[in-house]
Design a protein around this ligand. Sequence first.
Ligand SMILES: Cc1cc2nc3c(=O)[nH]c(=O)nc-3n(C[C@H](O)[C@H](O)[C@H](O)COP(=O)(O)OP(=O)(O)OC[C@H]3O[C@@H](n4cnc5c(N)ncnc54)[C@H](O)[C@@H]3O)c2cc1C
Length: 378
Amino acid sequence: MLDVLIVGGGPVGLFLGCLLAKRGLSFRVLERRGSPGQHSRAIGIHPPALEAFREVGLTEPLLAEGLPITRGMVMGENGPLGELGFGTASAEFPFILSLPQRDTEAVLRRRLAGLAPGAFCAGVDVLKLREVADCIHVTACENGRPLELRARYVIGADGWRSRVRKALGLSFPGHLYPDKYLMGDFPDTTPLGQTALVSLTGDGVVESFPLPGQGRRWVVHTGEQLWGNSSAQELTAMIEERTGLHVPAAECRMLSAFEVRRHRAPRMVCGRAVLIGDAAHVVSPIGGQGMNLGWLDAAALAPLLQGSLEGRRVDWPRFERRRLRSAAIATRQAELNMAAGRPAGARAQRWRERLIEKVLLSPTAEPLLAKAFTMRWL
Ligand SMILES: Cc1cc2nc3c(=O)[nH]c(=O)nc-3n(C[C@H](O)[C@H](O)[C@H](O)COP(=O)(O)OP(=O)(O)OC[C@H]3O[C@@H](n4cnc5c(N)ncnc54)[C@H](O)[C@@H]3O)c2cc1C
């Protein structure tokens, strides 16, 4: 009988594992994939997550591999509209740390292996849950062989298609947005250094973020069309047409078209099962918040699990209320980011540029915006 079974060894499940290991609980992280995924989705690690990582010794290894993004520059069709520094957002981490998700997950896996050798179980697909008296029985499949496990708590950190959520019979209301994007990683040939760029053009936004290893990620809004089979040349042509910046298509390191959605489970706690991360809430990645939101779920959950296992009374409804509220704020913020970057006619574009220029020039707005973009409200 284990204290906790974590279903899903993505960034959120791995961090929760590190937190439980530090607290001396018995647990396993069950991960369906036999080997790590190579696709890089998230790149932004925000100050609240870096603060939470301190407890398990993850902050330093992540800082050693990542690249701090210290400011963002906003461009209009005819030049700069303003800049936003992240310096006021956190005394200790006055930046957003850029690191591709696969590298972040590798750091998390190494740390978990150091804290709790053998706790990470790859190639284990969780199929069913059954709550019996004071524990949950889990049926899984390990490399084709059936596996039965028992734990006091089961945590669903198994992503937006969560089987744990489905086993609990919870709905996942939400929808797909009309917006589609194309992104790619390239060598950084711009003079922007550690500055992120947001180009608001009438054809749709172009965003670019520095990556470690002299790289840069480019994301373009492609209207309502998903450019599923597109080439790096098509992406770089759109970037050049909208921003005038040349990106070397032949040196593309990653290319991916994606669509965006929002979903939120009505509950995160169901008896002895708790949902966290994308299994509980999905926010549009425009603004880079989903993974960070999940990490903060894990940071809030770990002491409650420990308290409950030690026989203390735990205020589960408060946990659920606060975390779902954070997800709602992140969703709203991502929607504002997306709305600001949609294609616009000439008049709407002029109006949008004037508004953004005014906001960025206002001395009172800068600290508030810096706080919002670094998730200090969580
Ligand atoms: C293009 C893009 C860019 C993004 N950029 C950012 C960003 O900059 N910042 C940010 O914070 N977020 C960003 N996000 C969101 C971020 O990628 C997700 O929020 C994050 O991956 C969620 O982590 P998770 O651990 O909850 O779920 P996942 O990463 O989905 O991990 C779930 C894990 O569970 C495993 N699993 C699933 N089912 C089972 C099962 N039955 N048994 C065992 N294991 C199972 C899966 O194999 C997977 O490894 C971005 C997303 C996209 C698409």
